[in-house]
Every structure is written in C-alpha cells, then in structure tokens.
Design a protein around this ligand. Structure first.
Ligand code: LLP
Length: 432
C-alpha cells in the first residue's frame, strides 16, 4: 500500500496506478494538470461510514457536503449510493436536485442567506437549516415550512488548521447558546411541526474524543429545549468534520471508535432527556472524497537558485490549500516510485505569487527532469472546487476512474473560458 488505506493507489513495478489506470497514460490521454478521482474509493468510503454507524445506530444517514467536490458526476455517484446532500447555496440545491437527491434529503445550510435564497429552498421543498433567529422573521413573509432545523454554535470548535474552526466566539456561524431557546420557541409559535438541530464545529478532525465531546454539548443544548418546549427532534445533525491523514505517519481516524463513542453518548443523552430515537445525521465532505482524488502535474521548468525550484503546470490556481492554509499535501514522483527521495526540492506553480508553492524542501528524487509527472494526494475534497483562473490560467480537467477505465467528467478550460462573458465597451473599440 502506498498511501494509508487507499487500496486504489498502487505501485506496479515502480509506476503509479489509480483504480486500475496508469497515471502516466491518463496524463498522456487527458493532459495535465489533471484531477483524477477513484470511483471505487468513494464507494468504499461511503460504505465504511455507513457500516461503522449503522451497526451502532440503525437510524443513521449520511448527507454528502457538496461543497467538498461539486462535480455533477461525483454528486450523482453519491446520490446513487443513497446519500442525502448538505448544500450551501441555491446552485448547490440545484445540483443536488439534478443528481436526483429527493428534496427531503437535501439540507440547505446557507450562510447569511438572502430572501431569494430562502424562497428558492422553501418553494422546492428543501429542508432549511437556519443560522439566526432573524432569518425566521424573514421566513414569515416567504412561507413557514413544516420542518425547520437550526445550526447551533455550541461554543467549542476545533481543527489542526485555524481557518477551519467553525464554532466558538470567533466563528461567524450558528446561533449562540443565549438565542437557541428563542429560535425554537418562535418557530413553534409560527407553526413549525418537526425540528432538527445541527452543528458544524470544525473540519478535518482526527480526534475521537472531540466528536464525543461536541455531541454531548449539542444534546445538552437540545435536550432541555425539547422538554421545555415539548418539541420533537426529527434529526440530530453532527456536521461533517471527519478528518483524514494528510501527512505520512499521521494516524487515521478510528471510524468504529468514533461511531461507538458518538452513539454511546447520543443514546445516554437521548434517554436522559427522553427524546426518543431521532435520525442521526453526519454530513461529511472530506471523509467521502478527499483520499479518492489525486492531482497530476507535469514539470515545466527547473531552476537552481538559492534552492532548487521545480516548476509544475499546476499551481495555486489549481489547488489553493497549500497557499491558503499552509496545508500539507503528500506528493509522489509518479513515474518512478522506487527512486530514492533524498534531495530537498521546492515544487512550485507558475503563478506570480510566492505562496504558490506546493512543497518546500520536500525530500524527492535528485534526478527530476522537465516533463516528469508528480501526483499530489488527498485532493478529492476542496481541490478543483476552490480553483480559479488567477493569472489567466485555465482550470484543470477532471476524470473519474474505475477498474482501469477513465471517463472525462470535466473538460479542460482554454483561452476562450478565460475571456468568456467579458465585453469591451464600444467607446474603447476602434480608437488608438
Ligand atoms: N456541513 C457544513 C455545514 C459545512 O460547512 C461543511 C464544510 C461540511 C458539512 C463538510 O465538512 P467536512 O466533512 O469536509 O469537514 N476549504 C477547507 C474546508 C472547509 C469546510 C467548509 N465547510 C479545506 O480546504 O480544508
């Protein structure tokens, strides 16, 4: 095994294969930079999650956080597996609808929604997850749905990356403790019949005890409200957050242990507050697709300056995470996996920013040359969807691979895509 438990990444005589496809052949056929996703790995991730939880708590369901990778083929694959959808905006609602996710399995957790956003969700029968009482006031004019969920800021957030902490005093998300009761009471008065409660406290969390801790906190907020207001919770949604290891040696999250401790705490609290057996929802993005994606990039130029810089045809416009969060992504020298990694290299992109560096002083083979292929791992989530056309760089193509077959699921952009939709006003045309 080359990388954690990703069986689909294989070393065949020193060459890298992904879900049965030679990555070198993929690069030749589709060009680089190229996002490649393994269908079998996504299926396996979904199955692992469901099995881990359902053996502890049969009323468990997973909603895929579409923002992690919004390629319609990926959404469709997860929808076919039975996943619901966590969506962040009207376009994501539309994408989930197009993939065939039934409206009652689409949870719209918009942030700072406009009236137009709310109206679209209500009119399409999508379930709403509100993040402030003021949104409820505005919903009155649009139409009160029979079901409502509120996103709670339980006061504790976590992540290895500071920018990925979504709860606590500094977070822009969710209803704070003081306002929770008021929100549910008002919704009930307005005629809402069934309720959900939701939190999303941080992303890429690898600690089992953290999940238990936040579930306890959420239920200690929900329980007294359920009793006091005599309301029924249809579901308890504990967000996404399930982490994956990005660095070699980092321990994988013990999913069985997470499910066991989360459900143990959940059952204890449900019975303490006499809350019945609501649906338990998880809405992971990263866990389902992160390690199912690699980014192939070719060496364009090599420079020996203060350091050795190896230029790639992918850059921060293709994969933003290293530049934005200082995030680590493991990188393989795809054409010769057996080459000794003993030379510190800096893998950089073509964008005119010095943060455009995928790896600094990373031990890699000494004989890397122009035209060689690298594979950047763990890019199935928050990869393509955060890419841009900065520096007039076109976006990459995407392929889905399964058992040695590859399907193009997004065409590579070109010059036309960069200028598409732009116009030169008449007064600027024809004059020197
Ligand atoms: N639910 C809600 C309401 C969310 O906002 C998110 C992610 C998820 C679920 C899925 O979280 P996950 O399972 O992936 O942790 N751009 C960052 C990640 C931002 C996550 C935003 N919200 C990155 O590149 O790591």
């Amino acid at each position: 095994m080359i990388w954690n438990s990703v069986a689909e990444l294989e070393n065949r005589q020193g060459r890298l294969y992904f879900d049965g496809c030679s990555v070198e052949e993929l690069a030749r056929e589709f060009g680089t930079p190229l996002y490649v996703y393994s269908e079998n790995r996504i299926r396996a991730n979904y199955r692992r999650l469901l099995e881990a939880y359902q053996k502890e708590y049969p009323r468990f369901a997973a909603y895929y956080a579409v923002k992690a990778n919004n390629n319609p083929a990926i959404i469709k694959l997860l929808a076919q597996l039975g996943a619901g959808a966590d969506v962040a905006c009207v376009n994501e609602i539309r994408m989930a609808q197009a993939a065939g996710v039934p409206p009652e399995k689409i949870l719209y957790s918009g942030v700072y929604n406009s009236d137009r956003d709310l109206r679209y969700a209500v009119e399409n029968g999508v379930r709403l997850n509100l993040e402030d009482v003021s949104q409820l006031d505005r919903l009155e004019a649009i139409g009160i749905p029979s079901f409502l969920c509120f996103r709670i800021n339980p006061g504790i957030g976590a992540s290895g990356i500071e920018g990925l902490i979504f709860a606590g005093p500094d977070a822009k998300f969710g209803i704070i403790e003081r306002d929770i009761e008021r929100a549910y009471a008002k919704a009930k008065t307005l005629g809402v019949q069934t309720f959900g409660i939701h939190m999303m406290t941080g992303s890429n969390i690898l600690s089992v005890s953290y999940f238990e801790q936040v579930v306890e906190k959420l239920l200690d907020l929900a329980g007294p409200i359920a009793q006091k207001l005599n309301i029924q919770f249809d579901f308890i949604d504990i967000g996404g957050s399930l982490g994956v290891p990005y660095r070699p040696g980092e321990e994988e999250l013990d999913l069985d242990a997470v499910a066991r401790t989360v459900v143990g705490k959940l059952r204890q609290k449900l019975s303490q507050y006499n809350m019945g057996e609501p649906l338990l929802l998880h809405e992971p993005g990263r866990f389902l697709v992160c390690d199912a994606g690699i980014l192939l990039a070719s060496v364009t130029s090599i420079k020996d300056g203060h350091k050795r810089f190896v230029g790639l045809d992918a850059g921060m416009h293709t994969l933003l995470r290293p530049a934005l969060y200082g995030a680590y992504h493991h990188i393989l020298y795809a054409g010769d996996l057996s080459a000794a990694c003993d030379t510190p290299l800096n893998l950089v992109g073509q964008v005119c920013e010095n943060t455009d560096q995928f790896a600094k002083d990373r031990p890699l083979p000494a004989n890397v040359k122009v035209g060689d292929l690298f594979a950047i791992l763990n890019v199935g989530s928050y990869g393509f969807c955060m890419s841009s056309q900065y520096n007039s760089q076109p976006r990459a193509a995407e392929v889905l691979v399964a058992n040695g077959r590859a399907s193009l699921i997004r065409e590579r952009e070109g010059y036309q895509n960069i200028i598409q939709g732009t116009r030169i006003p008449p007064h600027l045309i024809g004059e020197a």
